[in-house]
Ligand binder design. Sequence first.
Ligand SMILES: [Mg+2]
Length: 246
Amino acid sequence: MNKLQKPNPSIDLVTFDLDNTLWDVMQTITAAEKLLRGWMAEHTPAALGIYASERVGDIREQVLKTHDDKRHDLSFLRIAVLRQCMLAADMSPADADENAKQAFAVFFAGRNDVAFYPNAITTLETLSQQYALYALTNGNADVERVGIGRFFSGAVSSADVGASKPDQQMFTTVLAKAGVSADRAVHIGDHLSDDVFGANRAGMRSIWFNYEGQATNDTDHKPTAQAYALAELPAVLASLDAARTR
Ligand SMILES: [Mg+2]
């Protein structure tokens, strides 16, 4: 490290994990699955019988085997599984395609109707006035559809990159897209390996969104700082930002 380099460089970019950082993913997906099954019960009941049975495990495995190159594209995989369920219910390929697309659209609307954590919107609003924000997610939520696109300068997902956090490609891709060096970027996320370890290894600082108040002595996954609630983030980021602590 250059002797003249500040230990806490200014922050030009904040990257955000989405699932379990801005909203409760389990609650969101459970509600989306319910919508999907409701649609299938009405429109494709035979395919629902297969989707809701143990057979779906084999179908999923087969889809993953056939589309190994798409294993990071959750939307693609879900449509492919739905299509196979439609085909297994004796639908023609054309009908299976069409119904899988429609069923997925119902799921995806629910997937993006997220169960926000307290203060998510006001925190994003505050932070977006101070920093460039990028979404960096292993999931398939769409910040525009979720209704928070106006706070973000961009988004990078596993489906875009063909890899998932903590893979370094995720972090190098978002840094390149934002045109910011690693030492001037901070990543925020709930997962000690995917988010904290991944960001640290990429040379970024990390904030662990520790919403469950967990204890950890894991030295390999040591965050630069922690936040226990989203509303704490502006102050936590300010404490890491040389431009604001001078
Ligand atoms: Mg997460």
